[in-house]
Each structure stands twice: as C-alpha cells, then as structure tokens.
Design a protein around this ligand. Structure first.
Ligand code: GLN
Length: 204
C-alpha cells in the first residue's frame, strides 16, 4: 500500500500496452508501477497483464524468470487481471499457443478467434454487475472464451459469450478497457487489491 493508502498495482511491462493501463490505474485510485523483475512483483498489491502479443509475452515471461513467481504469487492470493493477450496467458486451456503460459483460470480460450475480416471491432455490452451505462468495449485481434469451468463467474458478455470473467481473486477480459475512459473495471480491480490486503489497509 502506498503512503497515501492507495494499493500499489503492478503492470507487467515486458511488451504490449502497459502504459495505458498505468494511466487508467492512476485515475482509478491506485499507484501504478511497471513490473519486469520478481523483486518488483514482490512489492505489489495486484498485477495487470496487458494486451499485446501472447506468444511474445509468454516467451519473455520465461526469459525474465517471471513465470514461476507470478504463478506462486497468484497461489498466495495476489489479485491478477489479464486483458486480451493477458487473458490468454491466464487461461488454463489455450487454443493456438505453442508455449507454456500461466494456467491460472479454468477457462478455455481461443486466440484470434473472430477471424481476419473482423480483426478489430467495438461493441456495447450490457453492464450487468458493473451497473450504469453500457460498456463500450474495444476488441483488437481478440480471443474468445470458449468454455468456463467450475468457480468462474461471468461478468460481461457479448452475444451470450463471456468477455470478462472472475475467478477467486483473478479477472480476465478479452477487450481493452484501458483504451477507453470507462474506469469501471479498473476500479473493480483496485477494490479487489485493496480488499486482498486488509491488514496493510488498516495500517498494521
Ligand atoms: N491476438 C493477440 C494474441 O493472440 C492478442 C491481441 C491483443 O492483446 N490485443 O496474443
């Protein structure tokens, strides 16, 4: 927790749009920091794995010796949120990824599953538990969540398919909230990180 009582939330900064997430986190009441080492990971109250290219990030996770520490941190209750490529890396089953990822959320995800013609698109999602206006969602070469298993709850859907899910302290979304002004998912994640550290929050 920062001196100002804000959760310190790391953004995995190996590749992808980590700067946009850091900007959204600062606006949503957290203190963002870039994570490239296990020591930096050990100092955060939560972690975002951004969009980018999942094959590249998976390779860099191994190269930077971060794969095992992230899995261990999640096992110890660290909140982690993956967006797009980040969601791919969190999934237990991944269609079309040729290297080990993190395998933390019991979902099946298919990479680049909307087809080349509709590579990128935007959609309005029913807000569900987020409340308020529809969520304007930006999808960029997005994956599709093909199956969710026990313990996973669906937060947002597009045409009856999950596009944001929660599992224990983990979240995955196949679109990019960091590319819009809508801070609802960032605020939800910041709140999770605050609750995951009740002792620090109480100043102990
Ligand atoms: N298509 C990318 C992948 O498979 C994900 C795209 C994104 O993160 N915007 O990794």
């Amino acid at each position: 927790m920062s001196a100002a009582g804000e959760p310190i939330i790391g953004v995995l900064a190996l590749q992808g749009d980590f700067a946009e997430h850091a900007h959204s986190l600062a606006r949503a009441g957290a203190q963002p920091c870039e994570v490239r080492t296990a020591a930096q990971l050990a100092a955060v109250d939560g972690l975002i794995i951004p969009g980018g290219e999942s094959t590249t990030i998976a390779r860099l996770l191994l190269q930077y010796d971060l794969r095992e520490p992230i899995i261990a941190a999640a096992d110890n209750g660290l909140p982690i949120w993956g967006t797009c490529a980040g969601a791919i890396l969190l999934a237990a089953e991944i269609e079309w990824l040729d290297r080990p990822a993190l395998s933390l959320i019991p979902i099946t995800i298919e990479r680049n599953a909307y087809g080349r013609q509709i590579d990128s698109f935007e959609a309005e999602l029913e807000p569900g538990a987020l409340g308020g206006a529809p969520v304007h969602a930006v999808f960029i070469r997005a994956p599709r969540i093909r199956e969710v298993r026990d313990g996973v709850s669906v937060l947002l859907q597009l045409d009856d398919e999950p596009v944001a899910v929660e599992y224990r302290r983990l979240m995955a979304s196949t679109f990019h909230p960091e590319l819009t002004d809508d801070l609802r998912l960032h605020r939800r994640f910041v709140e999770r990180c605050r609750q995951a550290r009740p002792r620090d929050h109480a100043g102990n």
